[in-house]
Design a protein around this ligand. Structure first.
Ligand SMILES: [Zn+2]
Length: 207
């Protein structure tokens, strides 16, 4: 996790220097970025009910309500700090719109996210370990601890994801175009991640 700073020309960013080379004012130290990120992602993805945070079927919560809960836990975290975290997030984990906020992926609670755009990629990728890959080719990709399966839009990204769990990634190709034609909804979470409830084996092939 990197610190958050602010550049007068480009706004909030992560790390020492902005993309323009300017070393902006420090907004939040690394440790706090990590704590805040973990708590907010937990609230939006895993345990909103634990804090009585009302969440709708598409994963949206009131930004005010979320800020109140967050500032109670971390006195130093006001709305501006929370926005700094969200706007500087390079993985585009969150979406903030009309005073509501949600996570765009990574949920373990039951959400539909049905207002996310459809993914348009013809081919998507899924990286996994060797043993798992053969099982998946038999039974398809099913979510394990998450509500959706997370597919990658590029081979590189799928490999990156798989390397978190295995030294020998196997990449599976998902025929997203055919799956869509057959009525499977595939949603676009960000430039790198697409979501589906499940991908049956007939759309999968080893790369
Ligand atoms: Zn800049």
């Amino acid at each position: 996790m990197e610190e958050i700073r602010i550049c007068p020309n480009h706004g909030f960013y992560r790390g020492e220097k902005c993309k323009c080379g300017y070393r902006g004012e420090l907004i939040l130290e690394k440790e706090k970025v990590e704590k805040l990120g973990r708590f907010i992602s937990g609230l939006l993805r895993h345990f909103p009910q634990k804090f009585n945070l009302e969440i709708d079927k598409n994963g949206w919560v009131s930004f005010n309500a979320l800020s109140r809960i967050v500032s109670k836990k971390y006195r130093w975290a006001n709305k501006w700090i929370i926005k700094a975290l969200i706007y500087s997030d390079e993985k585009k984990r969150y979406e903030l719109k009309n005073d509501r906020i949600r996570a765009r992926y990574g949920h373990s609670i039951d959400v539909e996210l049905s207002d996310l755009p459809e993914a348009e990629e013809k081919i998507l990728y899924y990286g996994t370990g060797e043993e798992e890959a053969y099982r998946i080719l038999e039974i398809g990709i099913k979510p394990v601890n998450q509500t959706f399966v997370h597919l990658s839009t590029t081979v590189e990204k799928s490999e990156e994801v798989a390397r978190l769990r295995t030294d020998k990634p196997i990449i599976l190709k998902v025929d997203a175009e055919r799956a869509r034609k057959d009525g499977i909804r595939i949603l676009k979470a960000n430039d790198y991640i697409a979501l589906a409830k499940e991908i049956p084996p007939q759309y999968l092939e080893k790369l």
